[in-house]
Each structure stands twice: as C-alpha cells, then as structure tokens.
Write a protein that binds this ligand. Structure first.
Ligand code: TXA
Ligand code: MG
Length: 315
C-alpha cells in the first residue's frame, strides 16, 4: 500500500477535532476516535449504535505508550514480542492514573488493547499523542468492513473521512486473549490459538461462549449480513445463495466460493466481502457448506454460527 502523507495528516487533523474517522487495519477497518476524549468516544457509540456496556478496543503504536495506561505482565510481554504489531488483542488491567475515557471502560478496570500492523495506521498512530479507540467499522451486530468502500457504504456522510488503506489483508477480526490471570481466549480471530500456545507453553482456556458475557462480541447476533443463514447445508433451496469453501467443478451463478483451492486462510479473508456481495444480490437466504473445524476454519465457523442467529431473531 502506497503511503499518502497528506491523507494521514488529514486524518490527524480530524482526530484532533474529536471527529471519528474510518481507519484501515490488517484485520478489518476500524471506526476511530481519540481514546482519551469522552466526546470522541461518545460519537463512536452513537455512530455504531453500540450498547454502552460494550467496551472498545484501544489501538496503540507500541508498548512504551501503553505503559501509561495499563499494567503489563510476563505473558503479555512474550506475546507482544512475538506477534505485535499484529492481529491480537489483549485484556489487561487498567492503571488508576490512566487517561482512557470512562465512556469506554464504563466502570470496568480492564482495557482491551491492540497494536495494528497496517502501515498506514501505524504511521498515523506514531504521529498522534493519544491512542485510538476503534471498534470494527460496521453498525452493531452486522458484517465488518474490509475496504474503505464498505465503511462508506455503512456510514455514508455520517463520518467525515475514511483513511484509505486498501483491502484488509487478514479480513477477520483480531483474536482476543484475557491475560489478567490464566490466559483465556475470548474471541477466535486472525491469529490461531495454536500459535499463542506455542509461545506461552501453558494451558489456554477457550471461553468464547460463556454463561456470563465478558466480551459482548461473544454472543447473540453478530457479524450478520441481514439475511438468514443455514449451516452445514449439503444442497440448496430455491432463492438461496450457496457459500462454499472451495470452487466446485460445476459453477452456478448462485454459488460463491471463498477460496479457489480451499485454503482456510484465504477463505477467512474473503468471508465478509462475500457475505456483503450475496446480500446485495437480494437472495432470500444463504446455505453454507460444512467447513472444517480447524485453524482458520474455527474462526469462520464461529462467525457464521453467530451470524446465523439472525434466523432466531426474525422467526
Ligand atoms: O480486529 C479487531 O479487533 C478490530 C480492529 C478494528 O482492530 N476491532 C474490533 O473491535 O473487532 P470490536 O469492537 O468490533 O470488537 C471488540 C470486542 C468486543 O466484542 C468487545 O466486547 C470486546 O472486544 N472487548 C473490548 N473491551 C473489552 C474488555 N475490557 N474486556 C472484555 N472484552 C472486551
Ligand atoms: Mg465488531
């Protein structure tokens, strides 16, 4: 991605005025604002129609800047050294002296933090004197955005600017790990748990469907294209689009494959774009083939299962 400094300066100027803007990251686009400003954070909640009890991820340039706001621990430092900047979000304890807006933390003493790898957003973070609160740039409960066009489609003139960064290279949200006590995965995502396991070399529990919700992305309807989804479908019904992992020999106009050769990583990258494409073609629903439950397949299955709850909501 070619770096356009004028664009980055424009983004900075708007953020200094407490405006919200779209920013590219390697996972998905974010809807960003000054994480130290109540006003900017309030705007994010309003634009996304996000429930106030759902906290935001805060994006930092590096560990030195994070130290001002959070308590760090050994597991964090090991994972930071190996995977950051990258698609991993950490839940840490907030320092009492932190300047993070109370709008984000909402009486919690924890913070979700991430160091995005995308070069344009890294450049922006580097020249700012505050971190960026940025949830995924989509209306609450809907499919995330992986291009600037997706963000503009979702928010139109409601946001003043989207910083161009091309298409997100991973295409699916970051993995979230709670490192306050024993490591716990709260959301599957762009970094596979086996990679984390190899570094921490201790038990990591997966807690993505808890009874008590600690990370609101963990439950209810989420990532929905706005039409019903039928999982593990062996064939299709009238009016349905068929979502496949791998290209079939016979190809019909309502067949959508996520990867030519069946790569689960490529499939994850193409998932949201394909769901948006299907929605626009006005199919009544989406039938999804069985997807292998390993590696990135686990993340894809997690997203599709939550998206399929649209059915429960409408019936
Ligand atoms: O890849 C990503 O993580 C993208 C890009 C833009 O960085 N961001 C993203 O943000 O996916 P969002 O807001 O759509 O999802 C963040 C998730 C939510 O499910 C939220 O509940 C959870 O992180 N979260 C935020 N703060 C938390 C906290 N203190 N404790 C537990 N979960 C938290
Ligand atoms: Mg989201």
């Amino acid at each position: 991605m070619k770096m356009n400094l004028a664009n980055i300066k424009k983004a900075k100027k708007l953020l200094l005025k407490m405006e919200c803007i779209g920013i590219p990251t390697e996972t998905v686009y974010g809807l960003a604002g000054n994480a130290y400003s109540d006003l900017a954070c309030q705007k994010i909640y309003k634009l996304k129609k996000r429930p106030k009890n759902n906290p935001l991820i805060v994006h930092y340039f590096n560990i030195h800047r994070l130290k001002k706001d959070c308590h760090l621990n050994n597991d964090f430092i090991r994972l930071y050294k190996k995977f950051c900047p990258g698609p991993l979000t950490f839940i840490l304890n907030l320092k009492k002296s932190s300047k993070i807006s109370k709008i984000i933390t909402n009486k919690r003493n924890t913070l979700a933090v991430r160091f995005p790898r995308h070069s344009v957003t890294r450049k922006l973070l580097k020249i700012l004197e505050f971190p960026l609160a940025a949830p995924s740039a989509n209306p609450s409960s809907r499919v995330s955005a992986v291009t600037s066009a997706d963000v503009k489609e979702d928010f139109g003139k409601k946001i003043k600017y989207v910083l161009e960064g091309g298409r997100s290279s991973i295409g699916i949200e970051s993995t979230i790990i709670d490192l306050r006590e024993k490591p716990q995965i709260l959301r599957l995502g762009g970094l596979n748990v086996s990679n984390i396991q190899n570094i921490l070399k201790k038990k990591i529990s997966i807690n993505i469907n808890p009874v008590k919700i600690s990370s609101p992305g963990q439950s209810k309807l989420h990532y929905s294209p706005g039409i019903p989804i039928r999982l593990n479908a062996k064939n299709i019904r009238m009016g349905e689009a068929y979502l496949l992992i791998r290209k079939k020999k016979i190809n019909r106009s309502n067949y959508y494959f996520l990867s030519k050769k069946g790569s689960l990583k490529e499939a994850a990258k193409n998932l949201y774009t394909t769901l948006r494409k299907i929605k626009k073609k006005r199919y009544s629903s989406i039938a999804v083939c069985k997807i292998p439950d390993k590696g990135y397949g686990k993340t894809i299955n997690d997203r599709l299962l939550r998206a399929s709850r649209f059915n429960e909501k409408t019936t």
